[in-house]
Structures are given as C-alpha cells and as structure tokens.
Design a protein around this ligand. Structure first.
Ligand code: IFM
Length: 465
C-alpha cells in the first residue's frame, strides 16, 4: 500500500478566490528576431545600436530568442501554474512603418502565442505599447507629435480585430512616465532626447493615445473584454516633514503621478503642474476635447511597483527625468537593502500606493502588473540558481499586496516581473530580473529557486508562513 502524499501546508496568507497569478514580459526584451517576418527597426533598435547608449553595446537583436522558443516558454509558464501571462505586441512587427495594413506574419506570431496560452489554460494579457515605437514614427516626430496618438489608435484597432476574441485583457500603454521622461527628458531611454518641452508634449500625447486606443479597442472587442492601462506610479517618501521637503514631494507627485492619473480618471490636468511648468510650456498643444478622450473609461488600472522614491528639497543630477522640478527636488540615498539595480527594497511603499489608489479611485479594480527584483544570479556547479534575496523580496511584496487587500484595496492580480532574464533596456543583459535564468550564449533556460517558490505560492493560493 502506498502512503498518501502529504497535503500541502495550509496557506498562512490566502489570497481571494479567483486572484490572478501571472508573470510579465515585453516584446523587445525577450523576442529577438529583430529583422524577421517583416519587422523593421523600432526606436530601441536604433538607440541600442548607437554606441554608448546601452551597457556593453547590447541590443535586442536576439534577446532571449522567445520568437523561436515560444512553445518552450509557454511550457515553463505551465509548470509554474500561472493563471495569466502578460506580454506585449511589437508594433513594428504589425505595422513596420507605423501606418497602413497589418503584416499577417507578425499577427500570426501573436495568434500562435495566444492560442498556445489558451490551450495551456493560461489567460493572455496583451500590452499594446511597451516602448518599441516604429522608428519611422519617431523620425516623423515621435510622441511629442500629436499624429502619433492617431497612429497608435490605428495599431490598436488592427491588433484587436485580429486577436480580440482570444485576449481577455488589453493594456494600452506600459509606463508612459518612462516613455516621456526617460526617453525625451533624461535621454537614458530611446529616443534619447533631453528636451523638457518634448517630454511634456509626449506625456500629453501618450494620455491622448491611451484614450483613442481605448475607443478603438471598445469598437473592435467583444463587450466582456477588459481594457486597462499600466502606470509606474511613484510611491513617495519625504526625507523630513519640512515645508520645503513637502513642496518637493508635491512637485514629484504632480509630474510622476497626477500628470497621468488626473487626465485618465478625471479628464483634467493638475493645475499645480501647469503652474510649475509655466516657464517651459503654456500647454497650448492640449486641444479642446483631448482630456475627455483621455478619460474614456477603463475597466481596471495596472500598477507597476519596484521601489519608493525618497525626496527632499535640493537638486538632482542633470539631465534629470524631472526637468521641470529643478531646482526644487533632490533624491537622497537611503540606508537599507538594495537590489542589483541599486533600488531600495521597501514593500511598505507598495502597500501605501495600493491604499492611496483604493482611496482616490474607488470602484477601479487594480492589478499589480509588474513587481520583482534584479540580483546577481548564476548557475552553481550543479546547475542550480539559488536566489534567496529574490524570494525574500517577492515574499515581502506579496505580503504587502495581501495586507492592502485585507484593508480594502480591490487588487485582482499580481504579475511577477519577469518570467525570463532579459534585455533590461539601458543596462542590456547585465541585470537579471527573471525567475527563470537564461544563459544568453546557449539560450538554455533554468528555473531559479524563486520559480519553484512562486509555483508553490500559486498552488497554495497564498504565502507560506
Ligand atoms: O524591465 C522593466 C520593464 O520593461 C518596465 N518596468 C520596469 C522593469 C524593470 O526595470
């Protein structure tokens, strides 16, 4: 007689039934196949091929070769037991010049992806823009140009018509703050400009593009589809409670949070931000009706969180992603543990952010669409990748989500960033965020200890004690 297998230990912190457990990736960071099947360069191909822009001269040309290893990666997702998988659609695969009819081979790749996911019982969550603007659209003016919002709505429409019946959740934009301010003000992301006015124009046109895409999606999708937007909101800490530090935090909150939340959820621009930025722009690029479009209702809000920002009155380094807050804001270094990105580990910041959204956006369901950490991972001689710091990070942050839910935040899911080690933008392949290790020389995938830990959390529906 065989002894029955022991029942899994009861979850100490159980998440609500139906909670969505996922992982997240983005096209340019994992797909590779940069010039296959009609794909043409995006701004990230151009930027990464420009000497000095990306560490070690790395590019996304091959990345994690997901374009050719998609089935293997779906098998990894299945072994984790995830309910959902968040990926992005590469605009230059669908519309290489940013306009005109869709390329069928490009659409076919995503058709296969969503079909295989669904066959594996995994819900596809598609993001339309995770930073790979077709280069031709950037050459024509990029996000500072109004026309780009129209082009994005067209791309949304084509993609939704092709995949609409198979994708449960659609996200318009990923982290428009990064697009506008890292790309057009700090110049550390593509396209690498350092123009404050271009960044503010980009931010507005991203809000407009989001609203136009929501309209296009609603027109093309079945009624039950979920339409969403993902923001990297800033969880703010003040160095002291002085009036000057509070003023610094107000400025960062306006530019980092309310510049997106107010147009999308309230159809207005923050008045204090318009005053703060008066020496840079009169905002005359905002046309009548734009904010009504930007606030076309969504079904949920995606929140990406990695670390809080501590602010004080002072100066930050130039060129700053916060151009219009100068000379009022500095970012002091805080003590405590840090990840390989040199970001502080602070799960309380996630709790505070979710609680703020509970209070400010009642009735808007939330998804944590990214959370995770980079560490210096390597395979040991037995081929095992031990990443206890990542497990501790994930445990702390999931506990924060659990506490936020217990305190009334309507958080419906959690997407761990990331499934695979990948191209971490300006850091190239030097930073590993995956719960699956990728040996970029051989493309061999090795689940890290954190992958086994996450699979056990999902199987239990909660965190162990
Ligand atoms: O890798 C990125 C992702 O593309 C967007 N959010 C933050 C992650 C870690 O930097």
């Amino acid at each position: 007689m065989t002894t029955p297998a022991p029942a899994p230990a009861p979850a100490v912190m159980a998440f609500p039934a139906g909670f969505r457990w996922g992982t997240a990736t983005a096209a340019y960071q994992i797909e590779g196949a940069a010039d296959e099947d009609g794909r043409t360069p995006s701004i990230w191909d151009t930027f990464s091929r420009t000497p000095g822009k990306v560490r070690n001269g790395d590019t996304g040309d091959i990345a994690a070769d997901h374009y050719h290893r998609m089935s293997e990666d779906i098998a990894l997702l299945s072994s984790l037991g995830v309910t959902d998988y968040r990926f992005s659609v590469a605009w230059p695969r669908i519309q290489p010049t940013g306009r005109g009819p869709a390329v069928q081979k490009g659409l076919d790749f995503y058709r296969r992806l969503v079909d295989e996911l669904r066959d594996a019982g995994i819900r596809p969550v598609a993001t339309l823009y995770h930073w790979d603007l077709p280069q031709e659209l950037e050459t024509a003016g990029g996000w500072p140009r109004r026309e780009t919002a129209e082009r994005f709505a067209e791309f949304a429409s084509l993609t939704a018509e092709a995949l609409g019946d198979r994708v449960a959740t659609w996200t318009t934009l990923n982290e428009p703050w990064c697009v506008a301010f890292l790309g057009y003000a700090a110049g550390v992301h593509a396209p690498g400009l350092t123009s404050p006015v271009a960044a503010l124009r980009a931010a507005h046109h991203l809000n407009l593009a989001h609203g136009r895409a929501v309209q296009a999606l609603r027109a093309a999708l079945p009624a039950e589809s979920e339409v969403s937007l993902t923001l990297n909101l800033h969880s703010l800490r003040l160095r002291t409670d002085s009036a000057a530090d509070r003023e610094a935090a107000r400025r960062i909150d306006a530019l980092g949070n309310r510049l997106f939340l107010d147009p999308v959820f309230h159809g207005r621009l923050p008045g204090d931000l318009v005053r703060d930025t008066a020496s840079v722009t009169d905002w005359s690029f905002v046309e009548d009706g734009d904010l009504a479009v930007a606030s076309t209702p969504v079904d949920s809000l995606g929140v990406n969180y990695y670390a809080p920002a501590t602010v004080e009155a002072g100066r930050s380094e130039a060129p700053s992603p916060w151009p219009t807050t100068e000379p009022h804001v500095g970012f002091p270094r805080t003590p405590g543990p840090r990840t390989a990105m040199d970001w502080p580990v602070d799960a309380q910041g996630l709790y505070e952010l979710l609680s703020r959204l509970r209070d400010e956006l009642p009735g808007v369901p939330l998804l944590v669409t990214e959370n995770g950490a980079a560490y210096e991972d390597y395979a040991d001689p037995e081929g095992r990748v031990r990443d206890p710091e990542r497990v501790a990070y994930l445990h702390g942050h999931l506990a924060a989500v659990h506490r936020a839910i217990a305190d009334g935040a309507d958080v419906r899911g959690y997407f761990l960033w990331s499934l695979l080690d990948n191209f971490e933008w300006a850091y190239g392949y030097s930073k590993r965020f995956g719960i699956v290790h990728v040996d970029f020389a051989t493309q061999r995938r090795t689940p890290k200890d954190s992958a086994r830990w996450y699979a056990a959390v999902i199987a239990r529906g909660g965190l162990p004690g």
